[in-house]
Design a protein around this ligand. Structure first.
Ligand SMILES: *Cc1c(COP(=O)(O)O)cnc(C)c1O
Length: 462
């Protein structure tokens, strides 16, 4: 198994290389050259297996023998032992045929833990094997930074530097990062906004001289290993409600498209999926593209579901690659046009996407309404991201007979602001985090100057 770029110009890579590399050198994203298949028998055999065992079986072909089975099993087991629920990602039945897949039982209470707990361990494993060290740099407005820190805090060969805008992330989100006191974790509060932080990270990747040859690694959702780890919960939940003997559908709160693309990979591997519903907030590029063939950027809106606030969905490129029959030149041409002006997909690829994908966009007022309505009907308090998925599942599902699984991407306690706005007294943090507001914090405040940040990284890394 090799990995190839969606823009057709970068060299093919092994699994190890693809884990250690972010974006392809031609600006594209890596995808597997061929999609491994799960037979009906293999799927049926997973019924009753632990999550870690299903994870091992689903991901093994992607690893391509580059990690021996026992070692890989160990990494997977360790990664999911950090979750606070025995089922790792439990299914919660809401009504006769609608289920909530709770992806928020990891250390930072959002679905990104599922991928980042494994990615940290994979990076550490490969670096150890090579006798190398690496530096991770990332900018965060909340969710990704804390999940990346939790995923890397025990990794001997990694130092992680996460930049957040000083005084511009919520206290819970800041503390989820800054109370991790491990020696290899460095939180930097930038005296600027998120875009300043992001720009400094981008510049650091573009010119890495300040690190004197040490590898700089990205853990954002363009890393293939994150997609790979997310395929697993589509398979596990579908098998739990009757696959491969019946079809299931999924509704996915979406932004960068990494989550729902993983579901599409599960489908390509042989999982019987009837329909994927893409749920967006007011930042609705995915919905506009699917529904109206309006593939264009619009201004960023700050919504009650902030982890879905995006202008461009980076992983959508992976789906386009498939829709355009893996023609890297066509994908590159489309995305170059898209950078500069509103554009549209060609008719045949769009028609292909519409066979499997539906979409629905949910504004802030509706998010609040859904949180109240879902509580009234099911006694569950949904987080604002999950609320978009819940509403989209109701509005866009093709039929009532196929089980619908809505992905619950965050714990409501993490986004208490929306829950309180919806009229609830708030949601307590789960027991293992209830002292978060008393824990010791550690972070460094730096000016929004590239030199100062790079000097700090170069000096502090071990
Ligand atoms: C990141 C995130 C999303 C969006 O996921 P994508 O993979 O970017 O589509 C949705 N909900 C929550 C809570 C998130 O943290």
């Amino acid at each position: 198994m090799r990995y190839i770029s969606t823009r057709g110009q970068a060299p093919a890579l092994s699994f190890e290389e693809v884990v250690l590399t972010g974006m392809a050198s031609d600006g594209g994203l890596y995808v597997p050259e061929t999609v491994p298949q799960l037979s009906k028998e293999e799927l049926a055999d997973m019924a009753g297996c632990s999550y870690a065992e299903i994870a091992f079986r689903v991901m093994k072909p992607f690893v391509n023998g580059e990690i021996d089975d026992d070692t890989f099993r160990g990494l997977v087991k360790d990664a999911y032992a950090t979750f606070s629920h025995d089922a790792v990602v439990p299914l919660n039945q809401l009504d006769a045929n609608h289920f909530l897949l709770e992806l928020f039982h990891g250390p930072t209470l959002a679905f990104k833990d599922v991928a980042l707990q494994l990615l940290g361990r994979l990076l550490d494993h490969f670096l150890d094997k090579r006798g190398e060290r690496a530096v991770i740099m990332g900018a965060t407005s909340g969710d990704t930074g804390s999940a990346a820190i939790e995923g890397c805090r025990h990794c001997d060969n990694l130092d992680i530097f996460i930049l957040h805008p000083h005084n511009r992330v919520s206290e819970v989100q800041r503390r989820q990062m800054t109370t991790v006191l491990a020696d290899n974790v460095f939180n930097v509060a930038i005296e600027g906004n998120f875009d300043d932080a992001q720009a400094m990270v981008k510049s650091s990747f573009a010119n890495q001289d300040f690190l004197n040859g040490t590898r700089l690694v990205a853990v954002n959702s363009i890393n293939w290993a994150r997609i790979m780890a997310q395929i697993v919960y589509y398979v596990a939940s579908a098998v739990a409600v009757g696959a491969p003997h019946r079809e299931v559908s999924f509704s996915v709160p979406s932004a960068n498209f990494g989550n729902v693309f993983a579901g599409y990979m599960a489908y390509k591997m042989g999982l019987p999926v009837k329909q994927f519903i893409i749920a967006t907030n007011a930042n609705d590029i995915l919905h506009r593209t699917l529904a109206a063939n309006d593939f264009s950027k619009q201004e960023l809106a700050a919504t009650l579901a902030p982890s879905m606030d995006i202008v461009v969905s980076s992983n959508f490129e992976r789906l386009l690659f498939d829709a355009y029959d893996r023609d890297g030149h066509a994908v590159a041409a489309l995305l170059e046009r898209f950078q500069d002006e509103p554009t549209a997909l060609a008719e045949a690829p769009l028609a292909k996407l519409r066979e499997k994908f539906a979409s629905h966009s949910v504004d802030d007022a509706t998010i609040l309404e859904v949180i109240r309505e879902a509580h009234h009907r099911t006694h569950e308090v949904l987080d604002p991201h999950t609320a978009t998925g819940y509403r989209a599942a109701e509005r866009a599902r093709a039929d009532a007979a196929t089980p619908m699984i809505t992905l619950a991407t965050a714990h409501p306690a993490k986004f208490a602001e929306a829950v309180v706005k919806a009229g609830f007294p708030g949601v307590p943090l789960p027991p293992h985090m209830d002292d978060l507001l008393e824990r010791e914090e550690r972070y460094t405040v730096l000016p929004a100057e590239l030199d100062a940040v790079q000097r700090f990284v170069a000096e502090q890394r071990r």
